[in-house]
Design a protein around this ligand. Structure first.
Ligand code: GRF
Length: 214
């Protein structure tokens, strides 16, 4: 099947990962740097963005990974856009959907369609500082340690069962950009490690507990 990016949808025996990204795509880049190694166990087979100018789309193209843009402006309302995102993701037959800097909220319907197969990375230590400004909010609160969280997505915003976290100390002179840059270094490593473990060991969710392993 052809996607709008012109690349065919890849077939692979690895765990099929679809990445949703709105921004520069450094988390996507880290996954792409890992996925060629068969021992990694996961492969990015598709990238979906809400922004035609997202750097993540350039990264996908350069890596030969199929991609699609589903821009809200092209749809009559949120519900139609949300369904189109789900359809764009489904084209790639994902085993796992990774929200890597995807800056829009997906509906409970989307979450239900890929239940327990969506993970998100967030630049703060959840459940503190959820939402779009996690780094700024943590800094404004005066925390001495922040970090990042990889979690299974549920119907809430940044509320799903936690898979992994890494702490990043806050420096006296940090501003939002400086702290976010250091968090992103930890975040990339944590995401790559967590996605690989899910691929190799499996994931199940029991209540609020997300467990990697059989
Ligand atoms: C990450 O810190 C992500 O958690 C946040 O936005 C950043 C995206 O970075 N929501 P990138 O686009 O992967 O470089």
């Amino acid at each position: 099947m052809q996607t709008p990016s012109g690349h065919p949808v890849e077939s692979t025996s690895a765990t099929r990962v679809v990445v949703l990204a709105s921004g520069a795509g450094s988390n996507l880049a880290a996954l792409l740097a890992a996925h060629d190694d068969p021992a990694y166990g996961a492969r990015v087979v598709g990238v979906v963005s809400d922004r035609p100018a997202a750097g993540a789309l350039d990264l996908a193209r350069d890596a030969g990974v199929a991609s699609a843009v589903v821009a809200p402006a092209d749809f009559a309302d949120r519900a139609e856009w949300d369904k189109a995102v789900g359809d764009a993701v489904a084209v790639f037959h994902p085993d796992l959907v990774v929200l890597a800097g995807f800056m829009r909220i997906l509906s409970p319907r989307f979450v239900g369609r890929f239940e327990h197969r969506i993970v998100n990375t967030h630049p703060a230590l959840l459940p503190s500082f959820p939402g779009a400004h996690g780094v700024r909010d943590a800094l404004a609160h005066g925390v001495k340690v922040s970090g990042c969280t990889v979690h299974v997505v549920d119907a809430g915003v940044d509320t799903g069962p936690i898979l992994a976290q890494a702490a990043v100390p806050v420096r006296e002179d940090d501003d939002e950009a400086a702290l976010h840059e250091r968090i992103k270094v930890a975040e990339r490593a944590l995401l790559v490690e967590t996605v690989g473990r899910i691929a190799r060991e499996g994931l199940h969710v029991v209540g609020r507990r997300a467990v990697i392993g059989r």
